[in-house]
Design a protein around this ligand. Structure first.
Ligand SMILES: Cc1ncc(COP(=O)(O)O)c(C=O)c1O
Length: 447
């Protein structure tokens, strides 16, 4: 607190000294991880670029964590929000009052939803969206058990962490109740030691075995990310979804498609990957790119599930407040007007092609996967043993940052470099990112 008062009174335009700020954060904030060997202090952003407190520019290829879909400080979003403030538009109403912005956002969401998902609701985050989906699945079915996948991530609240397939995220006191894990559809490291072209989708069949062996034979639902984000952009084969949704429905459950990372047009022509892949889902949850960085999450559901909530009070103080709702709607409009999904597909393919070419010179690249602009590059010490190259992935991320390119990291062991830039990235910026990656991989491999 004192540091910020000093900087304000001295008229400094930059934040207080970096070292003092880092020390203050470490002393006063919860001991939570920061990205990078030397954590970044980002202060400014525009389009694809962000700047640190010393004025250094970075090409942002991770967008917060997959939140910046339309681009940082998009002029249309800025103009919209500034006009709302200028007009003294009400900033907070709660869901108990009518809001034109919330009504317009709801209409736009329902319009883009997979067939039959004709009701929407909003939250402040992806975790809350998933919590609401769990409650709705339980309410609608009268059952309690939700199936998740090993390696999944669905949020940082008690109920969502209970469905998390990573020991690193779970708390010691984590109550894991009514949560059962099925095997991961992880083709590169198939838990059944199969090859994708001859596997007979054992991972999908395992959902049925899991229900038969770890539940009483009926479930409330199953939650699946169509591309498993925190897990390292694990990308199930298309056919996985048909088989799994059929099993979930046969055992009475509701299928929840967690599109917190894959949504907002990042992974296909459609706004939602569930629609693109024809996944027979009952609910879709969203957040992150939906609001281009503002704190909004959303749930789409079928009417029969929504109807089962009649008489219950689901209240959320900040859900769909006018400014968040307006920002999310403006983001949806920009994605459509600027054809950002088409661009994401084209640029995503350019990145995949570039990395595949690099594989000839970089033995640490074990796999490249993902959809659209949600891409993972899994690093291994040796392609045969597939030993996880954990330190190497950290170094690649840190050195890319030193060369002005921001990337993310994920996977159970942290050896997957994650690439998810704002969807407006162009070919020149992609090529620059690939050049830096190539140079950094050489540095790390030769070290
Ligand atoms: C797939 C997925 N679901 C849910 C969440 C939780 O979202 P939030 O952090 O907004 O609560 C995340 C966050 O990373 C996520 O990746």
């Amino acid at each position: 607190m004192k540091l910020f008062e000093e900087s304000a009174s001295s008229g400094a335009t930059q934040a207080p000294g970096y070292d003092a700020m880092l020390a203050s954060r470490k002393k006063n904030y919860l001991p939570l991880a920061l990205y990078h060997d030397k954590p970044l202090h980002l202060v400014k952003a525009k389009g694809l670029y962000v700047w640190d407190g010393d004025g250094r520019q970075y090409l942002d290829c991770i967008g917060g964590i997959v939140c910046i879909s339309a681009g940082h400080n998009h002029p249309k979003i800025k103009a919209k929000l500034m006009q709302m403030l200028e007009d003294d538009e009400i900033q907070h109403t709660s869901t108990l009052y009518l809001s034109r912005h919330l009504v317009e956002l709801t209409e736009a969401m329902v319009e883009r939803a997979p067939e039959g998902l004709d009701r929407a609701s909003f939250t402040n985050s992806g975790s809350e969206a998933n919590e609401l989906a769990f409650m709705a699945a339980r309410q609608a079915t009268g059952e309690n058990i939700i199936i998740n996948l090993r390696h999944s991530y669905h949020g940082g609240t008690a109920a969502t962490l209970a469905q998390c397939g990573h020991h690193t995220w779970r708390f010691r006191s984590q109550p894991v109740t009514n949560a059962v894990s099925a095997m991961e559809p992880y083709c590169y490291r198939c838990p059944f030691n199969q090859k994708p072209d001859s596997c007979n989708l054992e991972c999908a069949k395992n959902v049925e075995t899991t229900i038969q062996t770890a539940t009483h034979g009926a479930i409330a639902g199953m939650i699946v990310e169509p591309v498993m984000g925190v897990g390292g952009f694990i990308t199930p084969p298309d056919a996985y979804f048909e088989e799994v949704t059929e099993i979930v429905h046969r055992y009475g459950g509701k299928y929840i498609s967690d599109e917190v990372q894959t949504g907002a047009g990042r992974c296909g022509h459609e706004f939602l990957l569930s629609k693109e892949l024809g996944i027979d889902c009952d609910m879709v949850t969203m957040a992150k790119g939906l609001g281009n960085g503002t704190a909004i999450g959303g749930v789409l559901m079928k009417s029969d599930i929504a109807d089962s909530l009649q008489g219950k009070m689901y209240f959320n103080t900040f859900a769909g407040d006018p400014m968040q709702a307006a920002q999310a709607k403006a983001t949806m409009d920009i994605i459509a007007e600027e054809k950002l999904s088409e661009n994401a597909l084209a640029m995503g393919q350019r990145i995949v092609d570039g990395i595949q070419q690099m594989m000839a010179n970089h033995p640490t690249i074990g796999d490249v996967r993902g959809r659209g602009l949600l891409l993972g590059m899994e690093l291994v010490k040796d392609r045969k043993s597939k030993e996880h190259a954990v330190a190497e992935a950290q170094k690649v991320m840190d050195r890319c940052k030193d060369h002005g390119v921001l990337l993310g990291k994920g996977g159970l062991k942290g050896n997957v470099v994650r690439i998810a830039p704002p969807m407006a990235i162009n070919a020149e910026q992609v090529d620059h990112m690939l050049e830096v990656l190539d140079r950094v991989l050489t540095e790390v491999e030769n070290a």
